[in-house]
Write a protein that binds this ligand. Sequence first.
Ligand code: FAD
Length: 469
Amino acid sequence: MPVLSRRGVIAGGAAALAAALAPRRAWGRTQYDVVVIGAGLAGLHAAHLLEQAGLAVRVIEAAQRIGGRLHTLDHLPGRPEAGGIQIGQNYRLLRAIAARLGVALDESPGAGVGAAGSPTALLHINGTSLAPEDWASAPANRLSGAERAVPPFALAGFYGRALPALASPADWQTAPAEADISYDEALRRAGASAEARRLIDANFNGNSLAGMSALSPARAVALRQAGPGPTLIVRGGSQRLPEAMARALRGEVRLGQKVRAIRADEAGAEVITDRGSIAARHVLCTIPFAALREVPIAAELPPELAGMIAALPYTRASFAYIAARRPFWREDGAPETIWSDHPLIGRIFVLGDDPPMLKLWTFGAGADALERMGEARVRAVLVPLIEAIRPAARGQITSIRLFSWQSNPLARGIYHHIGTGQAAELSAAIAWKGTRLHFAGEHLGPVSQGMEGALESAEAAALSILARA
Ligand SMILES: Cc1cc2nc3c(=O)[nH]c(=O)nc-3n(C[C@H](O)[C@H](O)[C@H](O)COP(=O)(O)OP(=O)(O)OC[C@H]3O[C@@H](n4cnc5c(N)ncnc54)[C@H](O)[C@@H]3O)c2cc1C
């Protein structure tokens, strides 16, 4: 029985743990140079680079689908997205891959995708529905002083000065520890009232203002500034890109192979799946850390990496895809997007008029609540709520479908953010290079976040493997 280092990470179920601790097999049975875990952008790009260098690579994926957090819901009207959508002008790697594979990218106005705040919205705040032009003088407006003139969806921008200014997107890694305070505390120091902080908290890409480092939104702002201009989307749906990447690999991607445990030492590495174990000279793991927490790892890992696997926060989000008889949002002259502080509503974006489809986004506690309710109850609660906010919706909603990432054991959230006080630890985890066990994924992007971050991390991991191969 091998003795685990104190720094080894062990988590997950008893059966998987037993498998990880079982007597070591001979590494001599290695069949592959590299086993890549995960057929998302990071795993597929790394597999391509390693194949190009002549290595024998096997990609294994737990789901019965390629793409990970690029997930086009082809079975729903209008094929809405459940995962990533927007491609920035500065997504150099992604654009090169799409060009190489002949995958078309189209310019998108960004409306309806929900990743950025809309410039205008029908407001529903403190139980009252109102047009943005009525906000400043409305009794439902409980903001203070100059804030009162700012609509809730513009408050985060109004308090942009609260965020540490980063000259370039990677600078969060070298920011002083004093800058790594919570977003809530940074807003408070910038003068934001409790009501302003509550409204920002109601709809932002995180679970709570208190749990997110101010460096996280500061990094996102620096990235937007580094790549201004219209965003792009993948023609036919985001998932078409990873599908094309998988088709272009020499080796087959094995679907339906959930990794239950991983182990590695100086001599080699091994992944244990439901169907047996696969030995390799190297293992590259692209499982999101929030999901990796449930997979036992028997290997020497530095404390920063082990700490981030255990504690890096992932944003919880639930979506409701709302089909309508006709585009009723065109009939009342109000802005098409709804922006609410009601935790079950969050924001409702128009996906399209033909077919008429809306997408509701909630984060954090609201996302948890929506998910717990289940589809039937959500329908019973949401339909009257939406009809009260927007009377033109009366009798128009035909179906509601729910989607949550946090309950998916292969993701456990939509993407990471830097937790309060975690910047130095995450930065060290990104810089760490393994000997036999390597990590990649959007959470380890050295500069970018999202899709481009996943690809950057894949390049760094592939280079590190090739240096040791
Ligand atoms: C709702 C949402 C909106 C987003 N919006 C944007 C956006 O607009 N722009 C942007 O750039 N990015 C966006 N992103 C982020 C972007 O989608 C991700 O950064 C990127 O797709 C992550 O790629 P990855 O390869 O790191 O991880 P993943 O795509 O998650 O790949 C990891 C793979 O590992 C598999 N896996 C997990 N556990 C196991 C296991 N035990 N065994 C085997 N396989 C396993 C998973 O099934 C998955 O396929 C968004 C994401 C979401 C969810």
